[in-house]
Design a protein around this ligand. Structure first.
Ligand SMILES: [Zn+2]
Length: 491
């Protein structure tokens, strides 16, 4: 068992002050990476380039592509072989338009070529092992150089700075991580990560029986902003409102990430907090990002990577909808070139001149995977099962289905190596992350069928409306606003 896994086992049994110390320690280490030595210069440079004109942006990206392709060809075995096989030399790919000569890079290709995607020039001591499960339950492992992580955080902080917060601002972070053990039945239902100026509140305690203590806590502190998954902050807003509670100490802004924001979530969160909700679209693979401006569109963060619209479909109003394929500039140690993000974007017409002044291409929205949620015996609504699948490399795909209250069904497509230990591990992770009382059944299938829209649904609720309650019923009636949000960073 690794040191991290061991400390994760010990953490829930520590007294509160030691849990706070562990959060402090984590915060200090993480802050050192995020705000590492290149962060300041990256941010300063980003605040400079954001006013480039359309033609300057094009020239900037063409230059970046040219450098990246030469580097990948010289130093990354996978791309060397790929380009050689296609009879392409670096001179054949000199601008964004030339990227089409290369095939799309799928998650499965990354998995199969993991070792060969690492640059021979990478400094091993500088590499951070990372992984993401996305929404389909397949774990993906990759490396990021430390500068790539600082670059990504600089892009996210540019968005935060434009939304009126600064590095001294304290915030409440609504998370799925087990900051406060789910079994805890008395306050404090929060922990402090002081190096990152955040209070951590996890979804497990935003339930009707604990919501009063949580809202009192928020009102007794001066948080400049909230940050978290929209589904989790929405849980706060809905349960507080149903308990007749209000915020007297309000944040200035709410940042969400990692999930599409449904319009009904946005409305409820803004109504409860009195703050503007803003978000960005991105991914922890760190090869593309788009940030929401004051005019409510996403602008591509063009300095960070190229977003291509692949298989474009005209929407009839000048907008174009297509797959988002990303090529990242930040991480030459493990380059993602033409990476299939699995998301679909709707780009604004190229004639759009946004009044915010930013001339990088704008997206009206990123189509969310319509997300259902599971209701736990504790009354929590859980949309995210990422944590459960974080380490399950033997799972090809997984879907969580709830057909009755108190139980869920895990539908799993196995990889060849999958065994009984994997099943036990998943069950124990669900008990740990989601709910200790939830009944878990397994069903093994050859494939998980897509929705009519072609999208993969990670969580599916077959509960009857009277079981879900008023809130969900209302959201179903309203349906999903396709243009409202991004699937966000999965960091
Ligand atoms: Zn704008």
């Amino acid at each position: 068992m690794s040191a991290i896994a061991l400390s994760e086992r010990i953490y829930p049994h520590l007294p509160v002050f030691l849990q706070n110390a562990a959060c402090w320690n984590y915060g200090r280490r993480e802050a050192n990476i995020r705000f590492g030595k290149s962060f300041d210069s990256r941010l300063a440079s980003l605040l400079n380039t954001e006013r480039l004109s359309e033609s300057e942006i094009r020239a900037y990206q063409d230059n970046q592509i040219s450098q990246l392709i030469s580097h990948a060809y010289e130093n990354v075995p996978y791309y060397r072989e790929l380009m050689t096989g296609l009879r392409l030399a670096p001179d054949d790919i000199r601008c964004v338009a030339d990227l089409q000569k290369l095939p799309v890079l799928t998650k499965e290709t990354v998995r199969q070529n993991f070792e060969r995607l690492v640059s021979r020039k990478a400094n091993v001591r500088d590499l951070v092992a990372r992984h993401t499960s996305g929404t389909s339950g397949k774990a993906l492992h990759f490396y990021s150089g430390k500068d790539a992580i600082a670059f990504q955080w600089a892009v996210w902080w540019r968005h935060r700075i434009h939304s009126g917060v600064n590095f001294d601002s304290w915030h409440a972070n609504f998370t799925g991580k087990l900051a406060v053990p789910p079994g805890q039945t008395a306050p404090p239902y929060w922990r402090w990560n002081r190096p990152m100026r955040q209070a951590l509140l996890n979804m497990h305690h935003l339930t009707p029986s604990k919501i009063r203590d949580v809202v009192d806590f928020l009102n007794n502190h001066d948080f400049t902003f909230y940050f978290g998954y929209p589904s989790i902050i929405h849980m706060l807003a809905v349960n507080a409102r149903e308990a007749g509670l209000f915020l007297t100490s309000r944040p200035r802004v709410v940042f969400t990430g990692a999930e599409h924001v449904n319009e009904w979530q946005r409305r409820d969160i803004q109504e409860f907090t009195g703050a503007t909700l803003t978000d960005h679209w991105g991914l922890s693979e760190g090869c593309g990002n788009a940030s929401r401006c004051s005019d409510h569109v996403y602008h591509e963060d063009f300095e960070f990577g190229v977003l291509e619209c692949v298989d474009p479909q005209p929407c009839g109003d000048g907008r174009v909808r297509g797959k988002i394929i990303c090529t990242g500039f930040a991480n030459p140690d493990f380059p993602f070139i033409r990476y299939d993000t699995g998301d679909t974007g709707t780009w604004e017409t190229s004639e759009l001149r946004c009044s915010c002044g930013n001339q990088s291409r704008a997206l009206a929205g990123v189509e969310g995977r319509t997300e259902d949620y599971v209701i736990t015996p504790e009354g929590a609504r859980i949309m995210r099962f990422d944590y459960v699948f974080k380490d399950t490399v033997n799972v090809k795909e997984a879907q969580v289905v709830q057909e009755r209250l108190g139980a869920i069904k895990m539908r799993i497509v196995k990889r060849a190596e999958y065994g009984i230990l994997d099943e036990r591990f998943i069950a124990s992770e669900i008990k740990r992350w989601i709910s200790p009382r939830l009944e878990i059944n397994f069903e093994y299938v050859d494939e998980i069928e897509r929705e009519n829209s072609g999208k993969f649904k990670a969580v599916k609720s077959r509960l009857q409306p009277d079981q879900i309650g008023r809130e969900a019923l209302r959201s179903r009636e309203l349906g999903e606003d396709q243009l409202s949000g991004g699937s966000g960073s999965r960091a």
